[in-house]
Design a protein around this ligand. Structure first.
Ligand code: HEC
Length: 624
């Protein structure tokens, strides 16, 4: 392969259109200055990699990836990732502890073995082919879906979708866009602009009407937490785009131009990350922290577990930390040695996977936490917790399940009583009922939805057990609510539980209707890992609810009775506005549909063990 065609292939692998090649403009990758951290070994200079990745993979990776165990993707699925992504996973991402003892050349070797391609320094990637011709001013008064739940109460409800429930059957793809990455943010709508990012290390500002590119920011790493736009005095446009990434950095970009205004690492933990979206309120970003220790605990040399769920408040103007609050008034202490002789620690866990909910009236911030990682008692795992907005001080804790001690895969040493993995992965909704009474409502992976008193934390009602729940089951990423009905998606597998969607009355948690995921669906998720579960967060509008499933289908149901209104298979190949012919989507998970200005936006192709294809779709009535 010539030098140039190798570059073309690398870019094609990244989903970058090679218009330049056909126009005779293609340049070999100029020896661009690699971004800090991209260590290009000397062997790379001639495109040669004398270090073979195969024996390294066999020795260090195959144990979990071939055959794949637990949540680990198969080698075949890893082959579909971009080389940058695998490189980042090994150097700064979830696999960094696995590659700790490897040299840069060994890392390059294993990346090439897995993907068949060399990681290209990001600066060598050209401009996007569909740049917008003009970059008009931001339109803050335009349609909005800003932040994870659209509002501070995290309702995930769009009262003004710009189309009626009766028109849902006519929704068609208006435009599609594909870019590197797997797990991705929810598309943020701010007037005519759309902001998206993924684990591929790029943040995009697109035109919401056409999908043309206003700007792109390449950074090292990845992120999937939803973003927020807020006022920033120092930003040329007056507005900042805030984004928390997978290495616990929070970035502020000028929303108009993509210029980075500030970036700060909010905490220090080897495998800490930001998965839940930072909540922006009154000039402060409330950043929830989680970690990947649940997958690291099985690595012999890793001294697990030292992470405890934490919230960091950051001044949105300057990026200065205002307060840091661990949810447990205790630091992990040395406990025992594991089989490999590594020192273990506990208590640990209680990661915060979802966006905090803001209660301006009570001056409180609510977070929901995940399971405990060790056998040491953790009083705030699987809990909903209220913190003081100003100081971070904990006001109340409602732990719904104690001793939910969980590690993915095999257990590295004794966990004691092993728990069922009933994390809270979804944000609490702050609901005001018709009676004027407020409730904090959220479900967890047990497949039970809880309503708590926001003043005291006391449980007011809990739903019936809607399915089986468990690791990968129950309510994973979140429900939505119009204030009267709570739409809880269930990620269960059919063998064990009830995949589908339940509608509950907000006042009492009684089931209004519950539909099962359709059977016999033609599923074209590229990995072939076809599960019917509704793991993705749902999104409500007046009269209807949208829910995405692991089988790649985005469906809409009538609020009144759960009747199916619309079903679109997002794996259907489409031509994208950035020039990719027949780009397929994949599985739907985590962040759900965002709806504003007459459009429905969704990312298809969530990564992990279900494979990746990062396709962004914009739907409108009749594709207008
Ligand atoms: C102890 C088991 C284990 C070993 C050893 C291991 N992995 Fe993994 N790997 C996992 C698990 C589990 C996941 C899924 C993590 C998650 O989704 O949180 C994963 C995910 C990944 C991913 C996807 C990361 C992402 O962000 O989605 C890549 C790439 C990867 N592994 C590469 C490797 C390579 C290369 C090696 C060898 C150097 C390796 N892994 C060794 C268990 C392992």
């Amino acid at each position: 392969m010539s030098r140039m065609s190798r570059f073309a292939a690398a870019l094609a692998g990244l989903g970058v259109l090679m218009v330049a090649a056909s126009a005779g403009l293609a340049q070999p990758p100029a020896r661009a200055t690699p971004k800090p951290g991209y260590v290009v070994p000397p062997e790379n200079s001639a495109g040669l990699y004398p270090i073979s990745g195969e024996p390294i993979f066999k020795a260090k990776c195959a144990g979990c990836h071939e055959p794949a165990i637990g949540r680990a993707p198969t080698r075949e699925l890893l082959a579909g990732r971009s080389p940058e992504e695998v490189y980042d996973a090994l150097t700064i991402g979830v696999m960094r502890t696995m590659a700790e003892s490897m040299t840069p050349a060994e890392i390059y070797g294993v990346v090439r073995f897995i993907t068949g391609k060399s990681p290209v320094p990001q600066t060598a990637q050209g401009p996007d082919p569909n740049l917008c011709k003009t970059n008009g001013p931001l339109r803050p008064s335009g349609p909005q879906w800003n932040g994870w739940g659209r509002d501070l109460a995290n309702s995930r409800y769009q009262p003004k979708p710009g189309f009626a429930a009766a028109d849902i059957a006519k929704l068609k793809v208006k435009w599609a866009f594909s870019y590197p990455g797997t797990k991705n943010t929810e598309p943020l709508v701010f007037g005519d602009r759309l902001f998206v990012a993924s684990m591929g290390g790029k943040v995009y500002s697109l035109d919401a009407n056409t999908g043309c590119v206003h700007w792109r920011f390449d950074y090292r790493g990845g992120g999937r937490a939803s973003m927020s736009v807020g006022k920033l005095a120092s930003a040329p446009s007056g507005w900042a785009l805030y984004f928390g990434d997978d290495r616990m950095y929070v970035h502020a970009f000028d929303a108009g131009s993509g210029k980075e205004m500030w970036s700060v690492r909010v905490a220090d933990h080897k495998v800490g990350r930001i998965t839940g979206s930072p909540a922006l309120y009154n000039g402060v970003l409330y950043v929830p922290l989680s970690a990947s220790e649940e997958s690291q605990g099985n690595v012999g040399a890793y001294g697990c577990c030292t992470f405890i769920g934490t919230v960091v408040a950051v001044d949105a103007q300057r990026g200065k930390r205002l307060w840091t609050q661990s949810i447990l008034g205790e630091t992990p202490h040395p406990t025992r040695k594991n089989a490999a002789g590594a020192q273990m620690f506990g208590p640990a866990g209680g990661a915060i996977w979802s966006a905090p909910t803001i209660d301006a009236k009570r001056g409180l911030l609510y977070v929901a936490t995940g399971d405990s990682y060790t056998e040491i008692e953790h009083a705030t795992s699987d809990a909903v917790i209220a913190l003081d907005l100003k100081t971070g001080k904990i006001r109340w804790i409602n732990q719904v399940l104690a001793n939910d001690n969980f590690m993915s895969g095999t257990i590295n040493g004794p966990l004691g009583q092993r728990g069922p993995d009933y994390d809270f992965g979804s944000s609490p909704h702050l609901v005001t009922l018709a009676t004027g009474k407020s409730l904090l409502i959220t479900g967890n992976k047990s497949s039970i939805v809880y309503a708590m008193d926001p003043d005291t934390g006391k449980t007011i009602w809990q739903s019936s057990k809607l399915g089986s729940g468990g690791a990968g089951g129950g309510v994973e990423w979140g429900s939505s609510t119009d204030g009267r009905i709570v739409y809880a998606p269930l990620a269960d597998t059919p063998a064990r539980g009830r995949p589908g969607l339940a509608a509950l009355g907000a006042t009492d948690g009684k089931t209004l209707w519950q539909i099962d995921a359709p059977k016999g669906v033609v599923c074209n998720v590229p990995s072939g890992r076809c599960l019917p579960g509704f793991s993705q967060a749902s999104t409500a509008i007046p009269g209807a609810v949208f829910a995405g499933a692991l089988d790649g289908h985005l469906r809409a149901y009538a609020a009144a009775d759960g009747k199916l209104l619309w079903d679109y298979d997002t794996t259907t190949p489409v031509d994208t506005v950035n020039g990719i012919k027949g780009a397929p989507g994949g599985t739907l998970d985590m962040g759900g549909a965002t709806i504003a200005g007459g459009r429905v936006f969704i990312h298809s192709g969530y990564g992990g063990s279900a494979g990746a294809n990062n396709l962004l779709l914009a739907f409108s009535v009749d594709g207008r």
